[in-house]
Write a new protein. Structure first.
Length: 250
C-alpha cells in the first residue's frame, strides 16, 4: 500500500492548477465587480430560460459568494482534483469536471424553474470530483470534515444523505443542495455508463499513480481477467508493469 504524498502546489497536475488560478483570478475581480459578475455570469434560471443566457451554466462555476465559500471549494479542488486528474488524465478530467458542473447547473434550473436568484460556485463540480474519487478509490481512508475517518465511498454516501435531507428544508439553501446532489449524480452516471459510451478505457480496478494508495489485489485481479479474455498482448504498459511487480520482476 502506498501513502498519498504532501499536497504541494507545484506537484498539482496542470488542469487542476489552471482551474485554481482561474477561480482565484475571478475571486479577485469579484472584490470590485461582484454585482455585475454575478448578474451576468452567475446562474440565474430565469435569465437562462427567458433570455437564453446559456453561457451562465458554465461561468457560474467560477464565481463564489464569499471567502469561505471560495476557500473550501478550492481546498477540495486541490485535494481531490489532483488525484482524479492523475487517474483520468488531463483531457478526460476537464471533460468530467465541466460535465459535472454544467450538469449540476442544469439540474438546479429544473428544480428552480423561473427563479431570479443567482446560483454560483464550483460546488457541483467539486462534489462530482468527490464521487469520482470514491469510485476510483472506494476503500481509501479520508477524514470527513477533517475529523471522522471513513472510507471514501462512505464519505460520499454520508454527504449525499445530508444534502438530500437539507434539500427538503424550508430555507433558501435548498437550491445549492440540489446542485451538490446533481454534481454527484452526474459523476456517478458517468462512471456507470458514460465512460463506455465515450469509448474511454473503463477500468475494473483502481487507477492510480505512484503517490496514491492502491488496492493491489483488485488491480491484479482485473489484469488477470483481461489476460484470460483478450490475451497478454492486450495489456497496457502500466498493466504490464503491475504484472511484473507481482511476478517478482524488477
Amino acid at each position: 500500500m502506498r501513502n498519498i504524498s504532501p499536497l504541494l502546489f507545484g506537484s498539482l497536475p496542470k488542469a487542476t492548477k489552471a482551474l485554481i488560478f482561474i477561480c482565484g483570478g475571478v475571486f479577485v475581480l469579484e472584490l470590485f465587480l461582484k454585482k455585475y459578475l454575478i448578474y451576468y455570469f452567475g446562474l440565474i434560471p430565469f435569465k437562462v430560460i427567458d433570455s437564453f443566457w446559456v453561457w451562465q451554466i458554465v461561468t457560474y462555476i467560477f464565481l463564489h459568494g464569499g471567502f469561505w465559500h471560495f476557500f473550501f471549494n478550492i481546498l477540495m479542488l486541490w485535494i481531490f482534483g489532483r488525484i482524479v486528474e492523475s487517474a483520468l488524465g488531463t483531457k478526460e478530467f476537464l471533460y468530467y469536471f465541466f460535465m459535472c458542473g454544467i450538469g449540476a447547473g442544469i439540474i438546479s434550473i429544473l428544480f428552480s424553474f423561473g427563479s431570479a436568484r443567482p446560483i454560483i460556485g464550483a460546488s457541483g463540480a467539486i462534489y462530482g470530483l468527490m464521487a469520482a474519487f470514491a469510485v476510483l478509490y472506494p476503500r481509501q481512508i479520508v477524514y470527513l470534515y477533517f475529523l471522522l475517518p471513513v472510507k471514501a465511498w462512505q464519505m460520499v454516501a454520508i454527504l449525499a444523505i445530508m444534502e438530500l435531507a437539507m434539500s427538503f428544508s424550508t430555507t433558501n439553501s435548498n437550491i445549492a443542495n440540489v446542485a451538490h446532489l446533481g454534481g454527484m449524480l452526474i459523476g456517478y452516471l458517468y462512471f456507470r455508463f458514460g465512460r463506455k459510451s465515450f469509448q474511454f478505457d473503463f477500468p475494473k480496478f483502481a487507477l492510480f499513480n505512484k503517490d496514491f494508495e492502491v488496492d493491489d489485489g483488485a488491480a491484479i485481479d482485473g489484469i488477470l481477467e483481461k489476460i484470460s479474455k483478450k490475451g497478454l498482448s492486450s495489456l497496457s504498459a502500466k498493466e504490464k508493469a503491475i504484472l511484473d511487480k507481482f511476478s517478482g520482476h524488477s
